[in-house]
Design a protein around this ligand. Structure first.
Ligand code: ATR
Length: 269
């Protein structure tokens, strides 16, 4: 029987995961199928039980099922624990289910590919939702000088900052001071073509800007704005999407996928 994988979510019709994983399987000569599955509200456990009891070996989980997947796993990696959410499940040899979160490490892989100056730099993360929580631990592991989380609702930024040592601090847009080397937009504002409330001076003085959101064709409103302000190193989250998928694939299959080759392929697909 061919090894089975899939992605759970709702909506799911436009997920790129099946084509990403089909490509990874092709270039690593792995024999597997990767499907997509729509999960009706409140039915994640049922769907996952069904999948794993019928030979499923691993799955990705996207919105809105990442917390359900967190509860579903029998054991969690430190990254899943830190993120408070799971985007990858793997059936282990003993039949138990491991939960991981590859989003943050996928981002860091992409940042390193893009030669983002993370080490000893001052990093600003905009937004304090699940996306921010998912990237904090992997970014901290690259040894930045500091991370500031700025959020509309200050208490949420303060809560996330309190989970880490004093390298991570919280700020509101009104009391945000100083300048930052790296600015990461971890809000979903770009999906609505809206910008966070940062001054042009602050955004324009960054050396490197990254938006976790991406658009298939061209810049997000945020990366475009940064470029207009003179930031030449301004990137969207398409590489992160590929990075997190590769890390899931590697966890499941134990083989390495060439990140640059995958990026090259999908940037022009
Ligand atoms: P989650 O990822 O946990 O589901 P979300 O509700 O999608 O979170 O919000 C993601 C982030 O975008 C949050 O930091 C949110 O700010 P609040 O915590 O203040 O809600 C931020 N965000 C969403 N809309 C925003 C807006 N119009 N202006 C500023 N920040 C916004």
């Amino acid at each position: 029987m061919t090894d089975k994988y899939l992605v759970f979510g709702n909506p799911i019709a436009h997920s790129m995961s099946p084509s990403l994983h089909a490509y990874f399987a092709k270039i690593t000569q792995q024999d597997l199928v990767y499907d997509r599955s729509l999960v009706e509200e409140g039915r994640f456990k049922e769907c996952a039980d069904e999948f794993f009891s019928h030979g499923g070996l691993g799955c990705n989980i996207t919105v809105p099922c990442k917390l359900d997947a967190y509860s579903y796993a029998n054991t969690l990696t430190d990254y899943a624990k830190a993120a408070g959410a799971v985007n990858t499940l793997k059936k282990l040899d003993d039949g138990t289910i491991l939960g991981d979160n590859t989003d943050g490490r996928g981002l860091v892989r992409d940042l390193l590919r893009l030669k983002c100056p993370l080490q000893d730099s001052k990093v600003l993360i905009i937004g304090a939702g699940g996306a921010c929580q998912g990237i904090l631990k992997p970014i901290l592991e690259t040894n930045p000088k500091s991370i500031t989380i700025v959020n509309r609702t200050l208490s949420k930024a303060e809560h996330l900052a309190s989970l880490y040592q004093d390298k991570v601090t919280a700020a509101s847009f009104e009391n945000l001071e100083g300048s930052f080397d790296v600015i990461i937009n971890a809000t979903s504002l770009s999906l609505k073509n809206e910008l966070p409330n940062l001054s042009d001076e602050l955004l324009g003085s960054a050396k490197f800007v990254y938006d976790l959101m991406y658009r298939k064709y061209g810049d997000t409103v945020f990366t475009k704005k940064a470029k207009a302000l003179g930031v030449t190193q301004s990137f969207d989250g398409f590489g992160m999407l590929i990075g997190q998928a590769i890390l899931s694939f590697e966890l499941w299959r134990g083989v390495e996928v060439d990140f640059d080759k995958a990026i090259e392929h999908f940037m022009h697909a």
